[in-house]
Design a protein around this ligand. Structure first.
Ligand code: GLU
Length: 465
Protein backbone atom coordinates (compact mmCIF):
# COMPACT_ATOMS: atom_id res chain seq x y z
CA UNK A 1 0.00 0.00 0.00
CA UNK A 2 1.31 3.43 -0.86
CA UNK A 3 1.23 5.56 2.26
CA UNK A 4 -0.54 8.90 2.53
CA UNK A 5 0.89 11.16 5.18
CA UNK A 6 0.35 14.73 6.18
CA UNK A 7 2.08 17.56 7.96
CA UNK A 8 -0.47 19.44 10.07
CA UNK A 9 0.95 22.68 11.45
CA UNK A 10 -1.07 25.19 13.43
CA UNK A 11 -0.49 28.64 11.94
CA UNK A 12 0.26 30.28 15.27
CA UNK A 13 3.89 31.01 14.43
CA UNK A 14 6.39 30.54 11.64
CA UNK A 15 7.78 27.13 10.70
CA UNK A 16 10.39 26.23 13.29
CA UNK A 17 13.08 23.58 13.32
CA UNK A 18 10.90 21.02 15.13
CA UNK A 19 8.03 21.43 12.66
CA UNK A 20 10.40 21.25 9.72
CA UNK A 21 11.89 18.00 11.06
CA UNK A 22 8.37 16.53 11.41
CA UNK A 23 7.49 17.63 7.87
CA UNK A 24 10.77 16.21 6.56
CA UNK A 25 10.33 12.79 8.19
CA UNK A 26 6.81 12.56 6.74
CA UNK A 27 8.20 13.53 3.35
CA UNK A 28 11.11 11.06 3.53
CA UNK A 29 8.93 8.18 4.65
CA UNK A 30 6.32 8.70 1.98
CA UNK A 31 8.82 9.31 -0.84
CA UNK A 32 10.80 6.22 0.17
CA UNK A 33 7.56 4.26 -0.18
CA UNK A 34 6.14 5.99 -3.28
CA UNK A 35 3.29 7.58 -1.34
CA UNK A 36 1.77 11.02 -1.04
CA UNK A 37 2.60 13.94 1.19
CA UNK A 38 -0.17 16.37 2.13
CA UNK A 39 -0.46 19.53 4.18
CA UNK A 40 -3.28 20.46 6.49
CA UNK A 41 -3.40 23.81 8.20
CA UNK A 42 -4.92 23.38 11.66
CA UNK A 43 -6.40 26.83 11.98
CA UNK A 44 -9.36 26.26 14.25
CA UNK A 45 -7.93 28.45 17.00
CA UNK A 46 -9.23 31.64 15.45
CA UNK A 47 -7.55 33.93 17.95
CA UNK A 48 -4.04 32.59 17.56
CA UNK A 49 -4.11 31.51 13.91
CA UNK A 50 -2.87 34.12 11.44
CA UNK A 51 -2.89 34.15 7.65
CA UNK A 52 0.62 35.58 7.71
CA UNK A 53 1.88 32.46 9.53
CA UNK A 54 0.14 30.18 7.04
CA UNK A 55 1.94 32.07 4.26
CA UNK A 56 5.26 31.89 6.07
CA UNK A 57 4.92 28.17 6.72
CA UNK A 58 4.12 27.48 3.05
CA UNK A 59 7.00 29.72 1.92
CA UNK A 60 9.41 27.87 4.17
CA UNK A 61 8.15 24.49 2.99
CA UNK A 62 8.63 25.57 -0.62
CA UNK A 63 12.07 26.96 0.09
CA UNK A 64 13.06 23.68 1.75
CA UNK A 65 11.76 21.86 -1.32
CA UNK A 66 9.24 19.81 0.67
CA UNK A 67 6.54 19.98 -1.96
CA UNK A 68 3.10 18.58 -1.33
CA UNK A 69 0.94 16.50 -3.61
CA UNK A 70 -2.58 17.90 -3.25
CA UNK A 71 -4.29 21.16 -2.40
CA UNK A 72 -3.75 22.24 1.18
CA UNK A 73 -6.62 21.36 3.51
CA UNK A 74 -7.74 24.12 5.88
CA UNK A 75 -9.58 23.11 9.02
CA UNK A 76 -11.40 26.44 9.07
CA UNK A 77 -13.19 25.33 5.89
CA UNK A 78 -14.33 22.00 7.28
CA UNK A 79 -16.73 22.99 10.06
CA UNK A 80 -19.64 21.09 8.55
CA UNK A 81 -17.67 17.81 8.46
CA UNK A 82 -16.92 18.16 12.16
CA UNK A 83 -20.60 18.87 12.85
CA UNK A 84 -21.63 15.74 10.96
CA UNK A 85 -19.18 13.58 12.95
CA UNK A 86 -20.36 15.04 16.27
CA UNK A 87 -24.02 14.55 15.35
CA UNK A 88 -23.38 10.96 14.36
CA UNK A 89 -21.63 10.25 17.66
CA UNK A 90 -24.57 11.81 19.52
CA UNK A 91 -27.08 9.84 17.45
CA UNK A 92 -25.51 6.47 18.14
CA UNK A 93 -25.02 7.25 21.82
CA UNK A 94 -21.23 7.33 21.75
CA UNK A 95 -21.25 10.95 22.78
CA UNK A 96 -23.49 12.91 25.10
CA UNK A 97 -24.29 16.45 26.14
CA UNK A 98 -22.89 17.59 29.46
CA UNK A 99 -24.60 20.52 31.17
CA UNK A 100 -22.23 20.67 34.15
CA UNK A 101 -21.30 24.27 34.87
CA UNK A 102 -17.77 25.48 35.45
CA UNK A 103 -18.46 26.03 39.16
CA UNK A 104 -19.83 22.53 39.47
CA UNK A 105 -16.80 21.03 37.79
CA UNK A 106 -14.41 23.13 39.89
CA UNK A 107 -16.10 21.87 43.02
CA UNK A 108 -15.84 18.24 41.92
CA UNK A 109 -12.18 18.71 41.06
CA UNK A 110 -11.50 20.14 44.50
CA UNK A 111 -13.32 17.32 46.23
CA UNK A 112 -11.81 14.50 44.19
CA UNK A 113 -8.42 16.23 43.85
CA UNK A 114 -8.50 15.19 40.20
CA UNK A 115 -9.13 16.80 36.84
CA UNK A 116 -10.77 13.63 35.60
CA UNK A 117 -14.43 14.14 34.68
CA UNK A 118 -16.56 11.65 36.65
CA UNK A 119 -19.23 11.13 33.98
CA UNK A 120 -22.01 12.97 35.79
CA UNK A 121 -24.08 13.50 32.63
CA UNK A 122 -23.25 10.16 31.08
CA UNK A 123 -26.37 8.34 32.17
CA UNK A 124 -29.02 11.07 32.33
CA UNK A 125 -32.43 10.42 30.83
CA UNK A 126 -33.50 11.90 27.50
CA UNK A 127 -36.22 13.88 29.29
CA UNK A 128 -33.71 15.50 31.62
CA UNK A 129 -31.43 16.42 28.73
CA UNK A 130 -34.33 17.70 26.63
CA UNK A 131 -35.45 19.97 29.42
CA UNK A 132 -31.94 21.47 29.76
CA UNK A 133 -31.87 22.11 26.02
CA UNK A 134 -35.26 23.78 26.17
CA UNK A 135 -34.07 26.02 28.99
CA UNK A 136 -31.28 27.08 26.68
CA UNK A 137 -28.56 25.96 29.09
CA UNK A 138 -25.11 25.70 27.55
CA UNK A 139 -23.52 22.28 27.15
CA UNK A 140 -20.36 20.64 25.99
CA UNK A 141 -20.32 17.34 24.13
CA UNK A 142 -18.27 14.49 25.56
CA UNK A 143 -17.20 11.15 24.16
CA UNK A 144 -18.54 8.15 26.06
CA UNK A 145 -15.29 6.29 26.64
CA UNK A 146 -15.15 2.63 27.72
CA UNK A 147 -15.21 2.09 31.50
CA UNK A 148 -12.86 -0.88 31.55
CA UNK A 149 -10.17 -2.47 29.42
CA UNK A 150 -7.38 -0.67 27.64
CA UNK A 151 -6.42 0.90 24.34
CA UNK A 152 -3.11 -0.06 22.89
CA UNK A 153 -1.30 0.76 19.68
CA UNK A 154 1.97 -0.23 18.06
CA UNK A 155 3.92 2.94 17.55
CA UNK A 156 6.46 2.49 14.77
CA UNK A 157 9.10 4.20 16.89
CA UNK A 158 8.08 3.75 20.53
CA UNK A 159 6.70 0.22 20.25
CA UNK A 160 3.50 -0.92 21.96
CA UNK A 161 1.85 1.75 24.06
CA UNK A 162 -1.04 0.81 26.34
CA UNK A 163 -3.40 3.02 28.28
CA UNK A 164 -6.00 1.78 30.75
CA UNK A 165 -9.45 3.15 30.02
CA UNK A 166 -9.74 4.09 33.67
CA UNK A 167 -7.21 6.78 32.89
CA UNK A 168 -9.25 8.26 30.05
CA UNK A 169 -12.27 10.24 31.17
CA UNK A 170 -15.22 11.24 28.99
CA UNK A 171 -13.32 14.05 27.32
CA UNK A 172 -14.88 17.03 25.57
CA UNK A 173 -15.16 16.81 21.79
CA UNK A 174 -17.15 20.04 21.28
CA UNK A 175 -17.00 23.14 23.46
CA UNK A 176 -20.07 24.98 24.72
CA UNK A 177 -19.87 27.37 21.74
CA UNK A 178 -20.17 24.32 19.49
CA UNK A 179 -16.58 24.43 18.29
CA UNK A 180 -14.89 21.03 17.94
CA UNK A 181 -11.65 20.28 19.78
CA UNK A 182 -8.31 19.25 18.32
CA UNK A 183 -8.74 15.53 19.05
CA UNK A 184 -11.93 15.48 17.01
CA UNK A 185 -10.90 17.64 14.06
CA UNK A 186 -7.64 15.76 13.74
CA UNK A 187 -9.38 12.38 13.52
CA UNK A 188 -12.10 13.53 11.12
CA UNK A 189 -9.52 15.11 8.82
CA UNK A 190 -7.06 12.24 8.88
CA UNK A 191 -9.89 9.89 8.02
CA UNK A 192 -11.33 12.07 5.25
CA UNK A 193 -7.87 12.68 3.80
CA UNK A 194 -7.18 8.94 3.73
CA UNK A 195 -4.11 9.28 5.94
CA UNK A 196 -2.47 5.90 6.51
CA UNK A 197 0.41 6.98 8.77
CA UNK A 198 0.33 9.73 11.37
CA UNK A 199 3.90 10.87 11.91
CA UNK A 200 4.25 13.68 14.46
CA UNK A 201 6.12 14.85 17.55
CA UNK A 202 6.15 12.69 20.65
CA UNK A 203 4.36 15.43 22.55
CA UNK A 204 1.21 14.04 20.89
CA UNK A 205 1.55 10.49 22.29
CA UNK A 206 -0.91 11.30 25.07
CA UNK A 207 -3.55 12.32 22.51
CA UNK A 208 -3.28 9.15 20.51
CA UNK A 209 -5.34 6.76 22.72
CA UNK A 210 -8.15 9.32 22.80
CA UNK A 211 -8.01 9.65 19.05
CA UNK A 212 -8.08 5.87 18.63
CA UNK A 213 -11.22 5.72 20.78
CA UNK A 214 -12.74 8.29 18.48
CA UNK A 215 -11.84 6.35 15.31
CA UNK A 216 -13.48 3.29 16.85
CA UNK A 217 -16.59 5.18 17.92
CA UNK A 218 -16.94 6.56 14.40
CA UNK A 219 -16.39 3.09 12.92
CA UNK A 220 -13.28 4.14 11.00
CA UNK A 221 -9.95 2.41 10.38
CA UNK A 222 -7.22 3.50 12.76
CA UNK A 223 -4.07 4.73 10.99
CA UNK A 224 -0.57 3.67 11.99
CA UNK A 225 1.20 6.03 14.37
CA UNK A 226 4.85 7.04 14.56
CA UNK A 227 5.90 9.60 17.15
CA UNK A 228 9.19 11.38 16.65
CA UNK A 229 11.65 12.06 19.47
CA UNK A 230 11.87 15.52 20.91
CA UNK A 231 14.51 18.03 19.83
CA UNK A 232 16.46 19.59 22.68
CA UNK A 233 18.76 22.60 22.87
CA UNK A 234 22.37 22.30 24.07
CA UNK A 235 21.10 22.75 27.65
CA UNK A 236 19.01 19.57 27.20
CA UNK A 237 15.80 21.57 27.49
CA UNK A 238 13.17 21.36 24.80
CA UNK A 239 14.24 23.46 21.80
CA UNK A 240 12.41 26.78 21.87
CA UNK A 241 12.77 30.45 21.05
CA UNK A 242 14.97 30.80 24.13
CA UNK A 243 17.64 28.96 22.19
CA UNK A 244 17.89 31.73 19.60
CA UNK A 245 17.15 31.14 15.96
CA UNK A 246 14.69 28.28 15.66
CA UNK A 247 12.69 29.56 12.67
CA UNK A 248 13.45 28.10 9.26
CA UNK A 249 13.38 31.62 7.79
CA UNK A 250 16.26 32.79 9.93
CA UNK A 251 18.41 29.92 8.65
CA UNK A 252 17.55 30.96 5.12
CA UNK A 253 18.45 34.58 5.93
CA UNK A 254 21.73 33.43 7.46
CA UNK A 255 22.66 31.88 4.15
CA UNK A 256 22.07 28.19 4.82
CA UNK A 257 20.97 26.24 1.79
CA UNK A 258 17.86 24.05 1.91
CA UNK A 259 19.61 20.78 1.12
CA UNK A 260 22.13 21.34 3.89
CA UNK A 261 19.45 22.21 6.42
CA UNK A 262 17.38 19.18 5.39
CA UNK A 263 20.44 16.98 5.64
CA UNK A 264 21.10 18.22 9.15
CA UNK A 265 17.44 17.90 10.20
CA UNK A 266 17.34 14.33 8.88
CA UNK A 267 20.01 13.44 11.44
CA UNK A 268 17.90 14.69 14.35
CA UNK A 269 16.62 11.33 15.57
CA UNK A 270 17.79 9.21 12.66
CA UNK A 271 21.03 8.17 11.06
CA UNK A 272 21.74 6.22 7.91
CA UNK A 273 23.66 3.56 9.81
CA UNK A 274 26.80 4.31 7.82
CA UNK A 275 29.72 6.66 8.45
CA UNK A 276 28.68 9.01 5.69
CA UNK A 277 26.39 11.70 7.03
CA UNK A 278 26.59 14.26 4.24
CA UNK A 279 23.82 13.34 1.83
CA UNK A 280 21.63 14.83 -0.84
CA UNK A 281 17.87 14.75 -0.33
CA UNK A 282 17.69 12.00 -2.91
CA UNK A 283 20.16 9.84 -0.98
CA UNK A 284 18.36 10.46 2.29
CA UNK A 285 15.06 9.35 0.75
CA UNK A 286 16.70 6.14 -0.44
CA UNK A 287 18.12 5.33 2.97
CA UNK A 288 15.36 6.57 5.26
CA UNK A 289 13.41 4.09 7.36
CA UNK A 290 11.08 4.96 10.22
CA UNK A 291 12.10 1.80 12.04
CA UNK A 292 15.58 3.30 12.39
CA UNK A 293 14.36 6.47 14.09
CA UNK A 294 15.51 6.61 17.73
CA UNK A 295 13.36 7.08 20.79
CA UNK A 296 15.97 9.17 22.49
CA UNK A 297 15.65 12.95 22.20
CA UNK A 298 17.96 14.60 19.70
CA UNK A 299 20.13 17.57 20.64
CA UNK A 300 20.28 20.44 18.17
CA UNK A 301 23.94 21.12 17.49
CA UNK A 302 24.69 24.36 15.66
CA UNK A 303 28.31 23.32 15.11
CA UNK A 304 27.29 20.17 13.31
CA UNK A 305 24.82 22.10 11.20
CA UNK A 306 27.65 24.44 10.20
CA UNK A 307 29.87 21.52 9.32
CA UNK A 308 27.20 19.82 7.21
CA UNK A 309 26.42 23.11 5.53
CA UNK A 310 30.09 23.70 4.73
CA UNK A 311 30.34 20.21 3.23
CA UNK A 312 27.32 20.90 1.00
CA UNK A 313 28.76 24.22 -0.14
CA UNK A 314 32.08 22.65 -1.05
CA UNK A 315 30.30 20.03 -3.18
CA UNK A 316 28.18 22.46 -5.14
CA UNK A 317 28.88 23.90 -8.54
CA UNK A 318 30.16 27.47 -8.52
CA UNK A 319 27.28 28.49 -10.77
CA UNK A 320 24.67 27.16 -8.34
CA UNK A 321 26.31 28.99 -5.47
CA UNK A 322 26.29 32.24 -7.41
CA UNK A 323 22.59 31.94 -8.20
CA UNK A 324 21.84 31.16 -4.55
CA UNK A 325 23.86 34.16 -3.39
CA UNK A 326 21.99 36.38 -5.84
CA UNK A 327 18.74 35.33 -4.18
CA UNK A 328 20.01 36.90 -0.98
CA UNK A 329 21.87 39.84 -2.50
CA UNK A 330 21.31 40.51 -6.20
CA UNK A 331 24.11 43.07 -6.39
CA UNK A 332 26.80 40.65 -5.27
CA UNK A 333 29.65 40.44 -7.73
CA UNK A 334 28.02 42.86 -10.19
CA UNK A 335 31.21 44.93 -10.53
CA UNK A 336 33.09 42.00 -12.08
CA UNK A 337 32.56 39.46 -14.85
CA UNK A 338 30.75 36.17 -14.25
CA UNK A 339 34.01 34.37 -14.96
CA UNK A 340 35.74 36.33 -12.23
CA UNK A 341 32.92 35.56 -9.74
CA UNK A 342 33.17 31.85 -10.54
CA UNK A 343 36.87 31.98 -9.68
CA UNK A 344 36.18 33.81 -6.42
CA UNK A 345 33.68 31.14 -5.38
CA UNK A 346 36.05 28.40 -6.37
CA UNK A 347 38.73 29.81 -4.08
CA UNK A 348 36.59 30.30 -1.00
CA UNK A 349 33.69 27.85 -1.10
CA UNK A 350 35.48 25.16 0.85
CA UNK A 351 36.23 27.62 3.64
CA UNK A 352 32.68 28.85 4.31
CA UNK A 353 29.79 27.34 6.17
CA UNK A 354 27.02 29.48 4.69
CA UNK A 355 26.29 31.78 1.79
CA UNK A 356 26.36 34.78 4.09
CA UNK A 357 29.81 33.84 5.35
CA UNK A 358 30.88 33.26 1.77
CA UNK A 359 29.77 36.77 0.84
CA UNK A 360 31.66 38.25 3.77
CA UNK A 361 34.80 36.37 2.81
CA UNK A 362 34.50 37.49 -0.78
CA UNK A 363 34.65 41.17 0.08
CA UNK A 364 38.32 41.83 -0.71
CA UNK A 365 38.00 40.22 -4.14
CA UNK A 366 35.81 43.14 -5.12
CA UNK A 367 36.87 46.01 -2.87
CA UNK A 368 40.18 47.34 -1.60
CA UNK A 369 40.43 46.82 2.12
CA UNK A 370 40.02 50.25 3.68
CA UNK A 371 40.76 49.09 7.15
CA UNK A 372 43.09 46.50 8.55
CA UNK A 373 42.45 44.11 11.35
CA UNK A 374 44.13 45.92 14.28
CA UNK A 375 45.29 42.86 16.13
CA UNK A 376 46.88 41.42 13.02
CA UNK A 377 48.60 44.74 12.29
CA UNK A 378 50.17 44.75 15.75
CA UNK A 379 51.34 41.18 15.33
CA UNK A 380 52.57 41.38 11.77
CA UNK A 381 53.51 44.91 10.84
CA UNK A 382 56.77 45.40 12.78
CA UNK A 383 59.83 47.61 12.40
CA UNK A 384 61.40 46.64 9.12
CA UNK A 385 58.17 45.25 7.64
CA UNK A 386 57.70 48.31 5.48
CA UNK A 387 61.14 47.83 3.87
CA UNK A 388 60.41 44.19 3.14
CA UNK A 389 57.03 44.98 1.60
CA UNK A 390 58.62 47.73 -0.47
CA UNK A 391 61.15 45.23 -1.82
CA UNK A 392 58.30 42.87 -2.67
CA UNK A 393 56.56 45.67 -4.50
CA UNK A 394 59.65 46.34 -6.59
CA UNK A 395 59.76 42.68 -7.63
CA UNK A 396 56.04 42.57 -8.38
CA UNK A 397 56.32 45.69 -10.54
CA UNK A 398 58.74 43.87 -12.84
CA UNK A 399 56.55 40.79 -13.31
CA UNK A 400 54.67 40.65 -16.60
CA UNK A 401 53.72 36.99 -16.41
CA UNK A 402 51.21 37.60 -13.60
CA UNK A 403 50.28 34.06 -12.80
CA UNK A 404 49.88 31.97 -9.63
CA UNK A 405 52.84 29.61 -10.08
CA UNK A 406 55.20 32.26 -11.39
CA UNK A 407 54.37 34.67 -8.54
CA UNK A 408 55.08 31.90 -6.07
CA UNK A 409 58.44 31.11 -7.68
CA UNK A 410 59.53 34.75 -7.73
CA UNK A 411 58.56 35.51 -4.14
CA UNK A 412 60.00 32.27 -2.82
CA UNK A 413 63.37 32.94 -4.38
CA UNK A 414 63.27 36.48 -2.94
CA UNK A 415 62.70 35.00 0.54
CA UNK A 416 65.53 32.52 0.07
CA UNK A 417 67.96 35.15 -1.16
CA UNK A 418 67.21 37.47 1.73
CA UNK A 419 66.90 34.55 4.18
CA UNK A 420 63.49 35.76 5.29
CA UNK A 421 60.76 33.46 6.62
CA UNK A 422 57.29 33.18 5.09
CA UNK A 423 55.74 34.93 8.08
CA UNK A 424 57.94 37.98 7.72
CA UNK A 425 57.13 38.46 4.06
CA UNK A 426 53.90 36.89 2.98
CA UNK A 427 51.84 37.70 6.07
CA UNK A 428 52.28 41.47 5.72
CA UNK A 429 51.72 41.22 1.96
CA UNK A 430 48.54 39.28 2.61
CA UNK A 431 47.44 41.85 5.16
CA UNK A 432 48.04 44.61 2.62
CA UNK A 433 46.15 42.87 -0.18
CA UNK A 434 43.31 41.27 1.80
CA UNK A 435 43.05 43.34 4.98
CA UNK A 436 43.06 40.09 6.93
CA UNK A 437 45.52 37.25 7.50
CA UNK A 438 43.28 34.27 6.80
CA UNK A 439 42.22 32.93 3.45
CA UNK A 440 43.14 30.66 0.57
CA UNK A 441 46.55 30.66 -1.16
CA UNK A 442 47.79 34.25 -1.44
CA UNK A 443 49.36 33.57 -4.85
CA UNK A 444 45.99 32.40 -6.13
CA UNK A 445 44.35 35.54 -4.76
CA UNK A 446 47.00 37.77 -6.33
CA UNK A 447 46.61 35.98 -9.64
CA UNK A 448 42.86 36.52 -9.55
CA UNK A 449 42.62 40.16 -8.42
CA UNK A 450 45.44 41.16 -10.81
CA UNK A 451 48.65 43.15 -10.82
CA UNK A 452 47.25 46.69 -10.69
CA UNK A 453 45.00 45.93 -7.78
CA UNK A 454 47.79 44.21 -5.84
CA UNK A 455 50.21 47.09 -6.34
CA UNK A 456 47.57 49.68 -5.47
CA UNK A 457 46.74 47.89 -2.23
CA UNK A 458 50.38 47.36 -1.29
CA UNK A 459 51.08 51.05 -1.85
CA UNK A 460 48.13 52.00 0.29
CA UNK A 461 49.33 49.74 3.13
CA UNK A 462 52.85 51.13 2.93
CA UNK A 463 51.47 54.66 3.13
CA UNK A 464 49.02 54.09 5.96
CA UNK A 465 50.43 51.40 8.25
N1 GLU B 1 -1.55 20.91 14.77
C1 GLU B 1 -0.85 19.90 15.51
C2 GLU B 1 0.51 20.45 15.88
O1 GLU B 1 0.95 21.41 15.28
C3 GLU B 1 -0.72 18.66 14.66
C4 GLU B 1 -0.66 17.40 15.40
C5 GLU B 1 -0.70 16.21 14.47
O2 GLU B 1 0.15 16.14 13.59
O3 GLU B 1 -1.58 15.40 14.62
O4 GLU B 1 1.15 19.96 16.78
Amino acid sequence: MNPRVRFAPSPTGQLHIGGARTALFNYLFTHHNQGQFLIRIEDTDLERSKQEFTNQICESMKWLGLTWDEDIVFQSERTSQYRIAIESLLDCGDAYRCFATKDELDKIRKETKSFSYPGIWRKRSDIEIQSEIEKGNPFTIRLKTPESGETSFDDLIYGTIKVEHLEIDDFIIARSDGSPVYNLTNVVDDNDMGITHVIRGEDHISNTPKQILMYKALGWDVPTFAHLPMILGQDKKRLSKRHGATGVQSYRDDGFQPEALLNYLSLLGWNPGTEEEVMSLHEIIEKFELSKVHKKSAVFDEKKLNWISGQHLAMQSNNTIISDIKLINDTWGNSESHEYCLNVIDLIKSRSKSLVELMEQSNYYFNDPNEFDEKSVRKIWKDGTKDIVESVRLILETIDNWENKFLEEKLKSFMEERELGFGKVMKPVRLAICGTVNGPSLFAIMDLVGKDVCLRRINYAIDTL
